[in-house]
Design a protein around this ligand. Structure first.
Ligand code: ADP
Ligand code: MG
Length: 254
C-alpha cells in the first residue's frame, strides 16, 4: 500500500512497539527515548546520517543488542532473554545485513533450508521444497546447487532474503541491504523487496535508496544523534521535512 499523503499512516495492528528505549555504548548515547510503532503489513524506511543509531535500532529489535531502559515488544510479547524463545524471536524477526553472511561451505539450497529444520523443527524434505519455492520467488531457482562464492553480490543478497523468509518471519529487517552491491545489482535486490512489500510483509528498511523509500514506504523515520526526529509519510517527508537536520541530510543526498 502506498502512502496516502497523511502525516502518519499506521496500517494494521502494532507488530513492533518500542517505548522510551535508551542505549549507551560507554558514554555514547546511541538510542535516545525511542518510540516507534510498526503496524502489521507496514513498510517503514529508516534513514539518517552515518552513526545516527539506525543499525543499533535494528539490532535491538532482534535482540542482537540489549537495551538499558524502555520496552520492545514483537507481536505483543516482550523480547525474550535467551534460549529457545530467543531463537524463535530471531526466526520471527528476519534480518538481512549489508554483508550477505551466507554459509560459505553450504550450497544455496542448504543455506535456505537448514535453519527451518533446526529452529522451526521442519522435516528436511519440506524445508527443501519450501527453499526451492523461495529461491524461485527471488529469481534464483537455477542456483540452488551452487556455493555462495559462485554467485554475484546481488544474487547472494537475494539468497540471504530467501533464507530469512524460509523461517516464515512476522517481520523483516533490512540494514542497508544494497550498500555493498555494485550499482547494476542494486535494483534486482530492491525489486525483490518491493514485491515483498506488495505481498504484505511487514518491513523495517534502513537504506539510502530514496527511490525505494518514496515508492515502497508507508512511513519514513529520520534519525539523527540517536533520536527519531521525524516519522512521517514519504511524500510529506521528502517535500517538506520539518527539522533542519533532515533538510540538511536531504540536501546532501538528493
Ligand atoms: P548507523 O547504523 O546509523 O550508522 P550505528 O547504530 O551503527 O549507526 O552506530 C551508532 C553509534 O554507535 C556510532 O557512533 C557507532 O560508532 C557507535 N557504535 C556502534 N556499535 C558500537 C559498539 N559495538 N561499540 C561501541 N560503539 C558502537
Ligand atoms: Mg548502520
Amino acid at each position: 500500500m502506498a502512502a496516502d499523503g497523511a502525516d502518519t499512516v499506521t496500517a494494521g495492528d502494532p507488530l513492533i512497539e518500542l517505548r522510551d528505549v535508551n542505549k549507551h555504548y560507554g558514554t555514547l548515547h546511541v538510542l535516545r527515548d525511542i518510540d516507534l510503532t510498526v503496524g502489521r503489513g507496514e513498510v517503514v524506511v529508516v534513514i539518517g546520517p552515518s552513526g545516527s543509531g539506525k543499525s543499533t535500532l535494528c539490532r535491538a529489535i532482534n535482540r542482537l543488542e540489549t537495551i538499558e531502559s524502555g520496552t520492545i515488544t514483537v507481536d505483543g510479547k516482550p523480547l525474550p532473554e535467551e534460549g529457545r524463545a530467543l531463537a524463535r524471536l530471531r526466526a520471527d524477526v528476519g534480518m538481512v545485513f549489508q554483508s550477505f553472511n551466507l554459509f560459505a561451505h553450504k550450497t544455496v539450497l542448504e543455506n535456505v533450508s537448514l535453519a527451518p529444520v533446526k529452529v522451526r523443527g521442519r522435516k528436511k524434505e519440506d524445508a527443501e521444497r519450501r527453499a526451492r519455492e523461495l529461491l524461485d520467488r527471488v529469481g534464483l531457482a537455477a542456483q540452488a546447487p551452487k556455493y555462495p562464492a559462485q554467485l554475484s553480490g546481488g544474487q547472494q543478497q537475494r539468497v540471504a532474503i530467501a533464507r530469512a523468509l524460509a523461517m516464515d518471519p512476522k517481520v523483516m529487517l533490512f540494514d542497508e541491504p544494497t550498500s555493498a552491491l555494485d550499482p547494476e545489482m542494486i535494483n534486482e535486490v530492491l525489486e525483490v523487496m518491493r514485491r515483498l512489500a506488495r505481498d504484505g510483509m511487514t518491513m523495517v528498511v534502513v537504506t539510502h535508496e530514496m527511490g525505494f523509500a518514496r515508492s515502497a514506504a508507508n512511513r519514513v523515520v529520520f534519525m539523527d544523534g540517536g533520536r527519531i526526529l521525524e516519522d512521517r509519510a514519504p511524500e510529506a517527508f521528502f517535500t517538506a521535512p520539518e527539522s533542519d537536520r533532515a533538510k540538511d541530510f536531504l540536501s546532501k543526498i538528493l
